[in-house]
Structure formats: structure tokens, C-alpha cells
Design a protein around this ligand. Structure first.
Ligand code: SF4
Length: 346
């Protein structure tokens, strides 16, 4: 039996306890958290479960070893989930990161159960599994090892070129079950990248990672998600991005237009009002609902399809065929909007 004192010293708060502490005293109440040189605060937590059941998506379970993301994309749909921990969906989403220290041990236990059916799993749906802190904890790497060991088919979504570090275990997983890597590269336009994804690696660095993984025989492709109206939606920007994706040997490409909901909507609209006030009225008109009007989305998606044909990408597999993961609404939302008239073109 474990020594009760040692057990106590080694234990960490649960996410519920973190939420209680933050509610009572703000982030300063997380006294065991580590403040690192990247100006983010890292709080280790103990999780009770790793696999999270989902419905209506092209995968059955999700895995997220971290919560919060220092990549800090302004459109990130996962911002709204941070409020579950009494943390805000603005700066705290990108600067207070929960690290599930016992994640892999809990996952191995779940995968070992005779009831585990080896359903499709998506890794990195509510946070990036290759954000910089992964270099220290290696939770994602060890998660992939566990999934390979349990012969569980997996899709991974990331903006982190660090994934090439794990080429060996990704190959192992590909052989044991199946593995699809979806690199998120919404655009190669530098202005849009710097503005919208301030904590991420350069888009071309991400595409070079796709090249390396594809060359290693891994099913690696690109998700242009989300395409953000007014920032990355012009024909010339879409064409440059699709050409770069094709040039880097992506095995598939998918796309979707940005959607805004709850805390993500609040954050994004405040960001636009603060940094780009002239664009605010247009965003308010385009986003009266979660998605822009259906014919606007269809127009963008149609343009992407034409460009995919031009650069030979449609002959490759689509993201859906690859049974990809779900960052930023890659999978169709079950409550997608009905067609409406688009009031303007952007
Ligand atoms: S979109 Fe992905 S990479 Fe960007 S902040 Fe959200 S989880 Fe992180």
C-alpha cells in the first residue's frame, strides 16, 4: 500500500479543484503552478479519465493531454471551453495551461479494458498536442505509443512542427492500426498568420513538417481551417496556400470557414473591434449566427475545390476519406446553418 504521506506529496489537484481555486482567488490562487519564460503559467493536474466520448463527428473519442493553448489563435473554437475551469477565453486561454500529468497512465488503463473496441480516436481537438510545453512533458508522444500498443486508429490535429520528432512512433501506430496527421495551415499569407495565430510556427515550417511525415510514409495532409473572411479568403491567398500545400506533398486537404460561438465569438469580436475597427460592421453582418450564411461558405468551398483540381490535390484523398480529426470545425457541424442571402462579398 502506498505511503499516505508520499501519496499526498505527489498528488495534484483535479480540474474541478483548479476551477474552485480560480473561482475563489483568480489565477494567483494556483500557488503550485509554474511560471515559465514564455510568460505562460503551467498547472499540473490529475485527470480521472483520458478518453472522452463524442457523437456526430467522424471519430468516436477525443484525447487532450493539455487544456489551454499558447498558440493563441484568435479564432480558436476551443477558447470557450476554458471557461469550464473558471478561466477566461481571452488571455487566460493562451497563458494558463493545464497539464494532465497522469494522462498516459490513465489512458493505458482505459485502453487495457476488455471492453475497449478500438474505435476511431482524435488527438488534439480542444488544444494543440504539440504546443511548446510538449517538448518538456512528452505526453503526446507517450499517448501515441499507448495507442499503437492498443492498436487503436487515430487522427491527430496540430499546428506544431514538433510532430516530426515523433515520426518513429507515428510509423509504429500506422503499422499497428492507422494514423492520420492533419496539419492545420489555414493560410500561407504572412500578415494573416502573424495577426491571427500569434503563437504558432510559420506556415511554411508546418508544411515542411507535412513533407517530412509524408516522405516517411505517414498519411499526412493539411486542413485549411479555418478560412477567416477578410483575412485569408481572397482568391489569390487561397491559391497561394493550395499551391504550397500541393508542392509539399500533402496526401489530402480539407477546408472550412471560421465559425464563432460563445466565448470564442466574444473574444474574436473584441479583437476585431480593438485591432481592426473598420472591419467590425462587416463581421457583425456576416456572423449574425454561428456560421456565415451557407452560400458564402459554399462559394469559398467551391473556389477551394476548383483550386484543388488545378494543383492536382483532388486526386489525392480528401480529409473525410482520411477519417481526419476535428480542429476548428473541420467536421461538418450537426447544426450547420440553412442557406441565406449573402449581403456582401469579402
Ligand atoms: S486553433 Fe489549435 S493551435 Fe490555435 S489556439 Fe486553438 S488549439 Fe491552439
Amino acid at each position: 500500500m502506498a505511503d499516505p504521506l508520499l501519496f499526498h506529496l505527489d498528488s495534484r489537484p483535479t480540474t474541478r479543484q483548479v476551477a474552485d481555486r480560480v473561482k475563489a482567488g483568480g489565477v494567483d490562487a494556483l500557488t503550485e503552478a509554474e511560471r515559465r519564460a514564455d510568460h505562460a503559467t503551467y498547472q499540473e493536474v490529475d485527470c480521472r479519465s483520458a478518453l472522452n466520448r463524442v457523437k456526430g463527428m467522424p471519430f468516436d473519442w477525443t484525447l487532450n493531454p493539455y487544456r489551454g493553448c499558447t498558440h493563441a489563435c484568435h479564432y480558436c473554437f476551443a477558447r470557450r471551453y476554458h471557461t469550464q475551469f473558471e478561466l477566461d477565453s481571452d488571455d487566460e486561454f493562451a497563458s494558463v495551461i493545464l497539464v494532465k500529468r497522469n494522462f498516459v497512465e490513465v489512458l493505458r488503463h482505459e485502453l487495457d479494458k476488455p471492453s475497449w473496441q478500438r474505435d476511431q480516436v482524435a488527438l488534439g481537438t480542444a488544444t494543440d498536442p504539440y504546443q511548446p510545453i510538449e517538448g518538456r512533458y512528452k505526453l503526446t508522444r507517450r499517448t501515441i505509443e499507448a495507442l499503437a500498443n492498443a492498436r487503436t486508429p487515430t487522427g491527430i490535429v496540430t499546428k506544431g512542427p514538433m510532430i516530426v520528432r515523433d515520426r518513429d512512433v507515428l510509423i509504429e501506430l500506422s503499422r499497428a492500426a492507422s494514423c492520420t496527421v492533419c496539419m492545420s495551415v489555414p493560410t500561407v499569407d504572412e500578415d494573416a498568420w502573424r495577426t491571427l495565430e500569434p503563437g504558432t510556427a510559420h506556415p511554411m515550417q508546418r508544411l515542411r513538417a507535412v513533407r517530412e511525415l509524408a516522405d516517411a510514409g505517414i498519411n499526412a495532409g493539411v486542413l485549411m481551417a479555418p478560412i477567416v473572411p477578410g483575412f485569408s479568403s481572397s482568391r489569390s491567398k487561397l491559391e497561394r496556400t493550395i499551391k504550397a500545400i500541393a508542392d509539399h506533398g500533402a496526401r489530402f486537404v480539407g477546408c472550412n470557414v471560421m465559425y464563432l460561438q460563445d466565448g470564442t465569438r466574444t473574444h474574436f469580436m473584441q479583437f476585431i473591434a480593438r485591432e481592426f475597427p473598420a472591419m467590425q460592421p462587416r463581421f457583425e453582418r456576416l456572423y449574425t449566427k454561428k456560421y456565415p450564411p451557407d452560400n458564402y461558405r459554399k462559394e469559398i468551398q467551391g473556389l477551394v475545390r476548383v483550386l484543388q483540381d488545378r494543383y492536382g490535390l483532388r486526386k489525392r484523398r480528401s480529409a473525410d476519406e482520411a477519417n481526419a480529426g476535428g480542429e476548428a470545425g473541420v467536421a461538418a457541424e450537426p447544426d450547420a446553418p440553412q442557406p441565406e442571402q449573402v449581403a456582401f462579398r469579402w
